[in-house]
Design a protein around this ligand. Structure first.
Ligand SMILES: [Fe+2]
Length: 292
């Protein structure tokens, strides 16, 4: 029955409309969603004005979202939902590398490059040399793994945040493939801690709560290899001041790494004699077997 409904009876009436869903999981998700949203509205005694404000907020989140500006992902991130979903689905403490959230700055269309490439895209900064090894849980190298990486510049900005400076060119992101020994390596520039974008609707939430928008300095990685679970993760600078106060709750102690500083005159991992200071980062990524 869906006539003369009350504050209480409306929930079951809406839930029953999903009885016809052929996919049991879809049905379960909607029935539970309706339950929680209705309970939320009843519990806080949601007013009409508040509901319209919420609808207006989500409308604006949609309006600023583009292929290179993902405000919905950011909303999920700052409310902790992205990390919660990751925690539900990836048990921490296994022998594999911990995962964390994707973040709003992954974009399609990154260039595929050879190992050793300079992926800075001409953006100036402190040179950074990264060397990664991908192994399975027995320590055996994983050859042919595809590794996406992306990071900010030394001022904390991603390429997609500076379309005028870069003329919409992508930079500081690339797709690489591991060699027979599971290795991949590249040259780029050192990233920096940064505030998540606060010029959109999500910024309103942060300001309303008097919350910091800062994320600790990090490099992003997304690994795919045949026979293994995909891994979305980040590496964080050990001495970062925001490590314990990540605005999107994604930092993990197991993903902290040394960004080793080297002085001018030293030799870089690729054999280049450097005439300026540079940084060196090394990490071994451990992949879980598929279904493992
Ligand atoms: Fe990031």
């Amino acid at each position: 029955m869906s006539i003369d409904l009350t504050e209480t009876s409306i929930t079951e009436a809406v839930q029953k409309t999903f009885d016809g869903a052929e996919d049991e999981r879809v049905k379960e998700l909607f029935v539970c969603l309706v339950q929680h949203v209705h309970d939320f509205a009843r519990e806080v005694r949601l007013t009409g004005d508040e509901w319209f404000k919420a609808v207006d907020f989500l409308t604006r989140v949609g309006e600023v979202t583009t292929p290179t500006r993902q405000e919905f992902v950011l909303l999920s991130d700052i409310l902790g939902v992205s990390v919660l979903v990751d925690l539900i689905n990836h048990e921490s403490g296994s022998s594999a590398t911990d995962s964390t959230l994707l973040g709003p700055f992954y974009v399609e269309g990154r260039p595929a490059v050879e190992n050793g490439a300079d992926i800075s895209g001409g953006v100036e900064g402190t040179p950074l040399f990264f060397r990664g090894t991908v192994v399975d849980t027995d320590g055996k190298p994983v050859a042919g793994a595809r590794v996406d990486t992306w990071h900010s510049d030394g001022d904390g900005f991603y390429d997609v945040q500076m379309p005028e400076k870069l003329h919409d060119r992508l930079a500081m992101r690339a797709l690489m493939t591991t060699d027979d020994e599971g290795r991949f390596w590249y040259r780029s520039i050192a990233p920096r801690y940064y505030p998540v974008p606060t010029d959109g609707p999500c910024g309103e939430i942060l300001r309303t709560a008097n919350r910091s928008a800062m994320r600790p300095e990090h490099l992003h990685f997304w690994l795919h290899a045949e026979g293994f679970e995909p891994l979305i993760t980040m590496l964080f600078r050990r001495d970062d001041p925001y490590l314990e106060h990540d605005a999107v709750f994604g930092a993990k102690r197991s993903l902290v790494v040394d960004f080793v500083h080297h002085e001018a005159g030293e030799t870089a991992p690729d054999g280049t004699r450097m005439d300026e200071p540079f940084q060196n980062v090394e990490w071994t990524f451990v992949l879980l077997p598929q279904g493992g």
